[in-house]
Design a protein around this ligand. Structure first.
Ligand SMILES: *Cc1c(COP(=O)(O)O)cnc(C)c1O
Length: 398
């Protein structure tokens, strides 16, 4: 079959919820992807910040194969061995105390919201609490996660959503303070806003929100689904700020391609929140994802992935700054580590589409940001190749 017939097959059968790029991907190797015509693409999107180790990592693939030969799934009515290893590693990396594994980031958000509500319910003896979330945030597409997602375009058709959510402005502490009342049980935010346009929290904002939460016994939920797992140069982005969340959500690179998420909390929260009967999942934390998560975390620690990110990120920033300086329709670069965005006044969807012709995969964020979230294993040569390709694309636009 050729590319056109694959694409036609997809469009005839899949629900049309994406306007896909005309690209049928077949396999990957390192930081490169190959389509069904054999064309090579340098991948600076990593399956949206998922493929931290790139593609076809031998050690990881072998670990998955070994677990597949042994046991893929049991239920959460029994214990399994791989998830214990995965849990201990995730808790050690985050300094948190208890974890619940889910099948996606969205489900991790759902669990985090339920945990926060149950915590307040246990404390106050009644339900009816409120959550403060941020404008331009993204936390997922299910009804609960959508309720805390600050994007009216995503929300509008699906109301009424979960009530009791108020929206403040990210990096504006005053706007958060103004919304706190005796019903507030949690404040949820991305440490670095991803989909909204790559906005890192300021020290003042995150420190201020932490203080506010502690003073009022409000739980701070940090969504590290995109910015976590080493991407910013620390295992979790909040570790740059000298703060600690009460609940953290994690997914994307947690499984490096195996669908898994997690919400993680302190013992203080755990002992007053979700108890037997309050929450559950069929697949979540099964032996297969346990083996995947344990291997990802083992490799990240052993290979000191954050050291590598801290080594390569300044070079990426330098090359991106050069491009931003060279084209007047590029107005800013912002980001942390290997989570970077370039703001463009020319259509970013066009830039991402044109990049494919050059054999480069980049994605967009918000309405005007070119987003770069490459595999964490990129080297200088890949940064140079990306910058050269992007330069050619931008040159044609300008
Ligand atoms: C991707 C993402 C989610 C949703 O995760 P899914 O695995 O797609 O359900 C939630 N929050 C943030 C910050 C994300 O980037």
């Amino acid at each position: 079959m050729n590319k056109e017939s694959y694409m036609q097959g997809a469009e005839e059968s899949l629900l049309h919820t994406y306007n896909r790029f005309p690209l049928v991907l077949d396999h990957g190797e390192g930081v490169y992807l190959y389509d069904t015509d054999g064309k090579e693409y340098l991948d600076f999107a990593a399956g949206i910040a998922v493929q931290a180790f790139g593609y076809h990592n031998r050690e990881y693939t072998d670990a998955l194969k070994a677990q597949a030969e042994k046991l893929l799934h049991t239920s959460n009515l029994y214990y399994n061995v791989p998830i214990i290893d995965a849990s201990k590693r995730l808790l050690a990396a985050s300094g948190m105390d208890r974890v619940f594994f889910t099948n996606s980031g969205t489900e991790a958000i759902e669990g985090a919201i339920k945990a926060a509500k149950k915590y307040a319910y246990t404390r106050d003896g009644h339900a009816g609490h409120e959550i403060i979330a941020m404008n331009h945030s993204f936390h997922g597409r299910s009804m609960g996660a959508l309720s805390v997602t600050g994007n009216s375009h995503y929300r509008e058709p699906f109301g009424p959503l979960v009530p009791g959510v108020k929206f403040a402005d990210f990096n504006d502490l005053g706007s958060v303070k103004a919304l706190v009342n005796e019903k507030t049980c949690a404040i949820i935010l991305e440490t670095v806003q991803g989909e909204g346009g790559i906005y890192p929290a300021t020290d003042e904002f995150l420190g201020g929100v932490r203080k506010l939460c502690s003073e009022h016994d409000i739980l701070l939920i940090l969504d590290e689904i995109q910015c976590g797992m080493g991407r910013t140069g620390k295992m979790f982005a909040w570790q740059h700020y000298g703060v600690k969340p009460d609940i953290m959500t994690c997914a994307k690179a947690l499984g490096c391609g195996v669908p898994v998420g997690a919400f993680v909390m302190t013992e203080q929260v755990a002992k007053r929140s979700l108890a037997p009967g309050d929450h559950g999942t069929t697949y979540g934390g099964n032996p297969f994802v346990g083996a995947a998560v344990a291997k990802v975390l083992e490799m990240m620690e052993r290979d000191r992935i954050t050291d590598h990110v801290n080594e390569i990120a300044p070079y990426l920033e330098k090359r991106l700054d050069e491009l931003t300086d060279a084209y007047d329709f590029l107005t800013a670069r912002r980001g942390m580590g290997l989570m970077q965005g370039i703001v463009s006044t020319k259509p970013v969807a066009q830039i991402a589409a044109d990049a494919l012709d050059e054999g480069l995969i980049v994605i967009t964020a918000g309405s005007d940001v070119i987003r770069l979230v490459p595999p964490l294993i990129i080297e200088k040569q890949h940064v140079d190749e990306m910058a050269d390709k992007l330069d050619r694309v931008l040159n044609r636009m300008g």
